[in-house]
Write a protein that binds this ligand. Structure first.
Ligand code: ADP
Length: 237
C-alpha cells in the first residue's frame, strides 16, 4: 500500500531525514514514535505528498508520487490520502456536515452523493444529530471526529494522522483510538499515526521508532526489522 524507499530531506544545512525505507501493508495501523525533532512530521508530510523528498521515492497504491505534479498531484492527494491533525482545523463558518463535504466539493463529486456519504459518516461517528452544528457548538472530541469524517469523505486508502489525540482528554482519546480500529475494520483504511501517546502506540499493529532522521536501529544491523509489515511472522530457531 505504501512503499517508501531511501527518503532523504534537508531544510538548509539540517538533514531531517537520512534515508528512510518503510513498507506499510493495506489495512495496517502503524504508529510512528520518537523524540521531538526526529523527523516524524516531515516523513508524514512526504508520505502525504504535502512535501517532496530530496531523494528517494514514495509509492501509494503502486503509484510513484514523484511522477505526479500540479493538479494531478492535488487530485491524487485529495482522493487517496486523508489527513487528521492535532487541532481539528475545521472551517468555523461551515457546519459539521459542510466541513465533512469539502473534499468531495474539491473532487467534483455530485452534491447528492456527497450528502449521502456525509450523512453515512456522521452516523458512523455517532454524530448524526450534529451535522448542522458549527465547530464552536461541538465538544473537542466531536470536532476531532468531524475532522476524521472529513478525512474519510473521498474514501481514501490511507489516513495520515499527526498527534490526532494530542488535544483530547483521556475519555475522548480512548474513543478516537477505538474509532481508528473500527474504521479500519469497516472501510479497510491504512493508518499511519504520529503520536506521543504510549497507549495508542502499544495497541497499533506496528510501532516505528524514529530518532534523528532514521528509523531507530536503522544505522546498524537490524533496521529492516521495523521497516517491513510482516516482521513478526519470521520464524527463527
Ligand atoms: P518531529 O515531528 O519528529 O518533531 P519534524 O519533522 O517536525 O520532527 O522536524 C524535524 C526537524 O526539521 C526539526 O528540527 C524542525 O525544526 C525541522 N523542520 C521541520 N520543518 C521545517 C521547515 N519547513 N523548515 C525548516 N526546518 C524545518
Amino acid at each position: 500500500m505504501i512503499d517508501i524507499k531511501g527518503i532523504t530531506k534537508s531544510f538548509g544545512p539540517l538533514q531531517v531525514l537520512k534515508g528512510i525505507d518503510l513498507q506499510i501493508g493495506k489495512g495496517e495501523i502503524v504508529s510512528i514514535v520518537g523524540p521531538s525533532g526526529a523527523g516524524k512530521t516531515t516523513l508524514l508530510q512526504i508520505i502525504g505528498t504535502l512535501d517532496r523528498p530530496d531523494s528517494g521515492s514514495v509509492a501509494i497504491d503502486g503509484i510513484d508520487t514523484s511522477t505526479l505534479g500540479g493538479s494531478k498531484l492535488a487530485d491524487f492527494r485529495n482522493r487517496h490520502v486523508g489527513f487528521v491533525f492535532q487541532f481539528h482545523q475545521l472551517l468555523p463558518e461551515f457546519t459539521a456536515k459542510e466541513n465533512i463535504m469539502i473534499p468531495a466539493y474539491i473532487a467534483g463529486t455530485q452534491a447528492k452523493e456527497a450528502e449521502r456519504r456525509a450523512a453515512e459518516l456522521l452516523d458512523f461517528m455517532g454524530l448524526a444529530d450534529r451535522g448542522s452544528h458549527k465547530p464552536a457548538e461541538l465538544s473537542g472530541g466531536e470536532k476531532q471526529r468531524v475532522a476524521v469524517a472529513r478525512a474519510l469523505m473521498n474514501n481514501p486508502d490511507v489516513i495520515l494522522a499527526d498527534e490526532p489525540s494530542g488535544s483530547l482528554d483521556s475519555k475522548n482519546k480512548a474513543e478516537l483510538h477505538q474509532l481508528f480500529f473500527d474504521l479500519r475494520d469497516k472501510f479497510g483504511q491504512t493508518f499511519v499515526i504520529v503520536t506521543h501517546d504510549e497507549h495508542l502506540a502499544s495497541i497499533t499493529d506496528r510501532t516505528i521508532k524514529m530518532n534523528d532522521g532514521m528509523l531507530a536501529g536503522d544505522n546498524g544491523n537490524n533496521g529492516a526489522e521495523q521497516g517491513t509489515p510482516d516482521d513478526t511472522n519470521t520464524t527463527e530457531q
